[in-house]
Design a binder for this molecule. Structure first.
Ligand code: ADP
Ligand code: MG
Length: 223
């Protein structure tokens, strides 16, 4: 069982997209997943509403909206009923995001390989440091490039910057900028469910999620 949170202090990096895809990726493996919308912009709630419409109500997971400091206790209460919990947060340092980082086992931090996005990581490492200091156990952090350039060389500088920040747990599994994300997302679907699937997008996500999931399994069996 794991509680995942998508985090970061920059809008548009792909937190909601990653939360939606991880939720559906786990649900498609038969897991009972709770998706928590902890962003007042309610993106994953809107996504789920479109999904209900497209799939005649069979979204495949449970959605709740939770905001503020209470989120922590509410997630603690709800998590025993599910195989996994995914919390999507907004792109700012808020009480909700801090509560989510406090209750989570694993933080996923998508980063666009652009200077304006990379600059925000100093702020994020500070937030993560403050959270780590108040926890009794360690929050596992995995950062990775999202909406990366198709040509790998163009992402190198950002990848190096991310890899140099010790508490951001950089994973070298980039998700590239692919049209399949907005085109499926508009209907409340993931790239796994497209009529004409983009195999490259699917492979990139499988590699990333396998790596995150296997790291989790290894750490919990060792513990
Ligand atoms: N890998 C990707 N390739 C192309 N578009 C993407 C990718 N990831 C996210 N997007 C698009 O970028 C926009 C912002 O993503 P979103 O997940 O809402 O970001 P955040 O939640 O961090 O603000 C959305 O329109 C989404 O469809
Ligand atoms: Mg979002």
């Amino acid at each position: 069982m794991a509680v995942f949170v998508t985090a970061g202090v920059k809008g548009g990096s792909g937190r909601s997209t990653i939360a939606e895809h991880l939720t559906v990726w786990l649900a498609r493996q038969g897991k009972d997943v709770l998706l928590v919308d902890a962003d007042d912009q309610a993106t994953v709630s809107d996504f789920t509403a479109w999904r209900e419409h497209t799939l005649d109500g069979n979204v495949g997971y449970t959605l709740v909206q939770l905001l503020g400091a209470n989120l922590r206790k509410q997630v603690e209460t709800m998590k025993p009923k599910y195989d996994h919990v995914i919390i999507d947060t907004g792109g700012r340092d808020t009480t909700s995001q801090r509560a989510a980082l406090f209750v989570a086992d694993i933080a996923l931090v998508p980063v666009q390989p652009r200077s304006h996005d990379v600059w925000t990581l100093t702020k994020l490492t500070k937030v993560l440091g403050e959270i780590q200091a108040t926890r009794s156990n360690q929050l596992t952090v995995h950062s990775f490039l999202n909406r990366a350039d198709i040509t790998s060389a163009d992402n190198r500088e950002a990848a190096e910057a991310l890899a140099s920040m010790a508490n951001l747990g950089f994973l070298p599994h980039a998700i590239k900028n692919r049209k399949a994300f907005p085109s499926t997302g508009a209907k409340g679907l993931t790239v796994f469910e497209a009529e004409q699937p983009d195999q490259k997008a699917i492979t990139e996500l499988n590699d990333l999620f396998d790596s995150v999931y296997n790291a989790r399994i290894n750490s919990t069996t060792e513990a």
